[in-house]
Design a protein. Structure first.
Length: 148
């Protein structure tokens, strides 16, 4: 899927740790999932104000498309937006960019299927209306496929 940064409103800086680097000097492939998680968590905290202690979210599926390597001294950030909202699940797209003198270079893209989850009942539940509305309002209704 060809992603356009211009479709994204939310961006969070990502700090590369020495422990993120593999033997050849690149960020290890598994670490990108952590970067995506940091960006999603910040989105939920800052955009939707989702209270994860009351309404849980679990990951149902995730995919990563590696385009360019990231190294220890790169400055990076991750864009996040919701692209589909169903009854109990929603899809979050991610774009990880390297910030350079010439602008932002897309290094990695990904998609995560998130599921609204009740930890007490151990089952998926309907996305709370307030969080659904905030995601749609922030990420623009025209960009979100609402399957509810």
């Amino acid at each position: 899927m060809a992603e356009k940064i211009s479709d994204y409103k939310y961006k969070t800086p990502i700090h590369i740790r020495f422990s993120d680097i593999d033997a050849v000097g690149h960020v290890n492939n598994a670490i990108y999932l952590t970067y995506f998680e940091i960006a999603r968590f910040n989105y939920w905290k800052n955009v939707t104000k989702w209270d994860l202690s009351e309404n849980g979210i679990i990951v149902g599926k995730t995919e990563v498309n590696y385009l360019k390597p990231v190294t220890l001294h790169d400055e990076i950030a991750c864009y996040v937006r919701v692209v589909r909202i169903g009854n109990s699940s929603f899809d979050v797209m991610h774009i990880l960019v390297k910030i350079t003198e010439k602008g932002e270079e897309i290094c990695t893209t990904g998609k995560t299927v998130c599921i609204s989850y009740d930890y007490t009942a151990n089952k998926s539940v309907k996305i709370p209306a307030i969080f659904r509305e905030k995601m749609i309002e922030f990420d623009e209704p025209r960009l979100i496929l609402n399957t509810n």
